[in-house]
Design a binder for this molecule. Sequence first.
Ligand SMILES: Nc1ncnc2c1ncn2[C@@H]1O[C@H](COP(=O)(O)OP(=O)(O)OP(=O)(O)O)[C@@H](O)[C@H]1O
Length: 717
Amino acid sequence: MPTSFMSARASSVNPEMKAAAEVMMEIEANKPAGNGLVVGRGLSPLSETLWKEKANVELIGDVSARLTWKDLTVTVTVAGGETHRVLEGLTGFAEPWALTALMGPSGSGKSTLLDALAGRLAANAFLSGAILLNGRKAKLSFGTAAYVTQDDTLIGTLTVREMISYSARLRLPDKMPREEKRALVEGTIMEMGLQDCADTVIGNWHLRGISGGEKRRVSIGLEILMRPRLLFLDEPTSGLDSASAFFVTQTLRGLSRDGRTVIASIHQPSSEVFELFDRLYLLSGGKTVYFGQTSEACEFFAQAGFPCPPLRNPSDHFLRCINSDFDKVKATLKGSLKTRVERSDDPLDRMTTSEAIRTLIEFYNHSQHHYSAIQKVDEISRVRGTVLDSGGSQASFLMQAFTLTKRSFVNMSRDFGYYWLRLLIYIVVTICIGTIYLNVGTGYTSILARGACASFVFGFVTFMSIGGFPSFVEDMKVFQRERLNGHYGVLAFVISNTLSAMPFLIMITLVSGTLCYFMVRLHPGFTHYLFFVLALYASVTVVESLMMAIASVVPNFLMGIIIGAGIQGIFMLVSGYFRLPNDIPKPFWRYPMTYISFHYWALQGQYQNDLRGLVFDGQAPDLPKIPGEYILEHIFQIDVNRSKWLDLSALFSMIVIYRIFFFLMIKISEDVTPWIRGYIARRRLQKKQSSSTDLATRIPSLRGYVVAIEPNSTSSG
Ligand SMILES: Nc1ncnc2c1ncn2[C@@H]1O[C@H](COP(=O)(O)OP(=O)(O)OP(=O)(O)O)[C@@H](O)[C@H]1O
């Protein structure tokens, strides 16, 4: 038997091992296809039974995902440093061949539980407890698990088919024939019932596109395309009509029947949809009300004293029993409904929902469901299964970079606001510059006019690139969703983002630069024209790169624009126009700020490009002519020994530096930030534990509680 498929830490001929070997032989028979795409069905229900009997063995080769969580508690820090427990001591599991529903009233913690399981908690949340995948601690983001979040972050200018096709090309192996890829895409479109809108654009602020429910189905389709081993869905049926909700849930059930592990939070399923779920996890106020077979939930509620009335949808009944948000309204109406309440045999009419929830939680904690959940979690956790590799992209780096560049280019070319409106504004503004400085000449006053014109072009015209920021923020949102689901790497994104914008930036700067150059009649000669256009292109690209780097840190478009504008304002101040270079206060403003400012390099280069070699009139007709070199050195205080091409190189280097910075910011937020947050969370927990130990030493009766807050803790994120 190949060692990659089996590693047993038990003696060679014990019965456990024999059974495990039988399991592995079956896995071997269901081995994934040779193209590397995991299409195997995992273990059959027969093997599943065998697997259940295993314990304390290492089971390698079974590519299905068994997720367990034990004593999971999530605490968030709210305003004023107060902490608030969102989830409290949850224990449960999710297995292949079973579709698990997470249900509960709004605010009960469904999304938080999914986020915690998927390793995507917010920065102010930290968790304690153990989450294990196949008996091991695992990082579930970046492709190991797929997650369909509540928001549909899609590219509005693409059609449904294009969106799914690009996604397929980004993730499927390069070697897979086009026909097969197309078949997968079409299959997904069919599964999600999107045939009728497959060629309709998704829609954005200026394009009316598909409906909200269709967007939801596209989001789900994008994730089920690769048949992930572990799939989380946050309210996949919200916004869908009952028929669509049924078919979508049926697809998810089909996926689970294929050996995948699927957990979905769901709000208000119809009885038909509800029956499609195998296991139900009911939450209220962050606590478990019920976890067990869906088919046994009604009996559980009946035993707890809350039988589901005939002809009522069980899920409606459960949610009515555990939603305490309207207790106050009920209390107010109690007087007017007195007679009805007295005659009613509904227990909920005779107690508040908070009381009902307390009763149910208490009942669950002492129920067989709870004990068997704990037993099952221990059983699954003991078996150390396969370390699931990232189920993300199987496409090569080049394929990812090429597809992303193409997709981004198509998106930009269709986005009116992104480039076309900007191109129009650039043309209008440069025509204004051209008419104001028309044929500037070489008179005495033109010296100042040329300086002012260059300063306006490299200061304000480049500043207008900030207008692309809202689109960058949208790009970043799509990137974050796709990246967390492992669709492609950071480098491929940064490269594609740089390349795809190039044609538009060249077009914008070529058109506006040419208009400005010839209308103002700057220093004649092709190299002078080329330098001017290249410096303009480099400056606009630096601003784009700077804004993209800001978008990676500040994903809010208003804050991003304010920060970007502030940075550019500071750069302009030290560019050498508003204050001459030698007069800029030292050391901070002169060094390093002038050298960091791209305006400084652009202006220095353009001054040289424009003035060197020209001769200007003196202040009066009888005064001698002034050579450009003299103006450069003595009026604009420019180092004439430095080549203007060096200034241009500095500008191009800045593009590279900002792009590297952009790359690093993403990597830091992915790798370093969670580590720091984890460290802080551990420190906080340790502090809490030591203060509890102090208390317990002083008050012996508290000792038992100290043990209760010592579960092995993991950091958030
Ligand atoms: N990072 C956070 N900071 C502050 N509060 C939070 C945070 N995350 C969750 N909460 C709070 O925890 C509670 C549970 O939120 P969660 O989004 O998990 O609920 P939900 O059951 O998914 O609700 P819905 O069905 O409305 O989406 C809410 O009261 C929410 O405000």
